[in-house]
Design a protein around this ligand. Structure first.
Ligand code: FMN
Length: 218
């Protein structure tokens, strides 16, 4: 019987307790829980609200096997209840500009803003090199990815973010369009066995500065 979290963790508890899950027990995830996790991703902010993310939810045995083979044989890809393959669509902004503006205008976007965005979005994005586009997609998709990871943790699920995969092989396994760029995989499920050690984090003085580089935050 699949477990549905009844008591949600607070966000700070979820952030504190989250570990990259080493192994999952494979129990199925109820569709309503999966939808709630995905909706958290879709609620993320993005540049110009262009929402260039695309998510492929892999749950079937055969597809999980194929995805595992495209992911350096990482067992958790096959063990997770679901793997969300987080992609960015390099052509998304071309296809969705009108949709974004329509939705924005419905929600109170000023006409002047819409008129400006109609030009500035293509002006900005159409000049991107392939690498620049991938960098832009990485930024946007990882925010949505993190929303989903933390929502899953809040709901009592365990998660595993993964960058260990081969771009072309994932493309092939999931029959992705050429314009898609695979950013990361998110395994969701329930931990099997002992949790991973806590690797700790660098102290704030090593990674945070005040006002300019090198000045410690007091
Ligand atoms: C974007 C991203 C990709 C990762 N890729 C992998 C991966 O492919 N395989 C893996 O075992 N762990 C992967 N990890 C997990 C990290 O090793 C782990 O988050 C890190 O060691 C810190 O441990 P913690 O998440 O338990 O705090 C990835 C983490 C992130 C954020």
């Amino acid at each position: 019987m699949a477990k549905t979290a009844k008591h949600e963790k607070s966000l700070s508890q979820a952030i504190h307790e989250r570990r990259a899950t080493p192994s999952f027990d494979g129990t199925p995830i109820p569709p309503e829980d999966l939808r709630k996790i995905l909706e958290a991703g879709l609620s993320a902010p993005s540049g110009y609200n262009m929402q260039p993310w695309r998510f492929i939810v892999v749950q079937g045995d055969e597809q999980r096997r194929r995805l595992r083979a495209a992911s350096y044989n990482q067992a958790k890809v096959e063990e997770a209840s679901a793997v969300i393959v987080a992609c960015g669509d390099a052509d998304g902004w071309r296809k969705d500009l009108d949709r974004m503006l329509y939705q924005g205008l419905e929600g109170g976007m000023p006409e002047s803003y819409a008129d400006q965005a109609r030009n500035s979005v293509p002006n900005y994005l159409s000049h991107f090199s392939r690498d620049e586009m991938h960098g832009w997609l990485n930024k946007m998709v990882m925010i949505a990815f993190t929303h989903m990871m933390l929502m899953a943790e809040v709901m009592g699920y365990d998660t595993a973010p993964m960058e260990g995969f081969e771009q072309e092989k994932v493309h092939e396994a999931l029959r992705l369009p050429m314009s898609y760029w695979v950013v990361a995989l998110l395994g969701v499920g329930h931990l099997k066995g002992p949790d991973k050690f806590s690797g700790g984090r660098f102290e704030m003085g090593h990674t945070v500065f005040s006002e300019e580089f090198g000045k410690p935050l007091k």
